[in-house]
Design a protein. Structure first.
Length: 219
């Protein structure tokens, strides 16, 4: 396997306090916008939060989380009940991360704290919120995926890390109100910053299926 931004990219859940220059983020986003989209519609939009704006949103979400209150997501991420093969891989990933962090299966307090970290954007200095028109269809999400992947790979090229987060869409109404994103569909968030190389959590890379499991060849 060649060493590239694709193979180097994985989810980062611990960041240094080093700030990320706006000029760097601007360059990354501009390059990412070369992503393909149907008929060049370019439906994606992204809100970039730092400093007080990020902290205010984090506080709003944590206040609700600590009261066990959720707004609800704008869309269904996956069909339920989850397919058995999907469920097996999800469990392997989740248990692997818990094990690395030393969280026992029956430690509900530690598990809740682990989940709570999502709503701090893992204390990253930058938070991104990706959003689409309220009437976005399935194909529009494909275009957004191209754009987001470009951003994540460009971040790697600049020595930065990221973690895409569907979890924050549980506070879609909170996000809309806080950022004035009226009539927008909240797709997901993304934690962005310089990876903390000393954090053991950043060594976690889930297993990937062999190519034989998901590729069919036709001659």
């Amino acid at each position: 396997m060649t060493d590239s931004s694709i193979t180097k990219r994985h989810c980062i859940r611990a960041f240094t306090k080093q700030t990320v220059k706006q000029s760097v983020l601007k360059s990354i986003i501009e390059n990412a916008a070369q992503a393909p989209s149907s008929k060049n519609t370019q439906p994606w939009q992204v809100a970039v939060l730092t400093g007080k704006a990020k902290q205010d949103l984090v506080q709003q979400m944590l206040t609700k989380f600590d009261r066990n209150e959720f707004d609800g997501e704008d869309y269904e991420y996956m069909a339920l009940p989850m397919r058995d093969d999907f469920k097996a891989r999800a469990r392997e990933c989740g248990y692997g991360l818990y094990k690395l962090k030393g969280i026992a299966r029956d430690d509900k307090v530690a598990r809740t704290q682990h989940f709570r970290e999502n709503y701090t954007f893992f204390n990253a200095p930058v938070a991104m919120i990706f959003h689409l028109p309220k009437d976005a269809q399935k194909g529009t999400f494909l275009d957004m995926g191209f754009f987001m992947q470009n951003i994540m790979l460009e971040l790697v090229n600049h020595g930065l890390g990221s973690c895409p987060q569907f979890s924050i869409s549980a506070y879609s109404d909170t996000i809309r109100q806080q950022l004035g994103l009226h009539d927008r569909l909240i797709v997901c968030g993304m934690a962005v910053g310089y990876p903390d190389e000393s954090a053991i959590v950043n060594t976690f890379i889930p297993n990937r299926l062999p190519i034989t499991e998901f590729t069919q060849w036709f001659d």
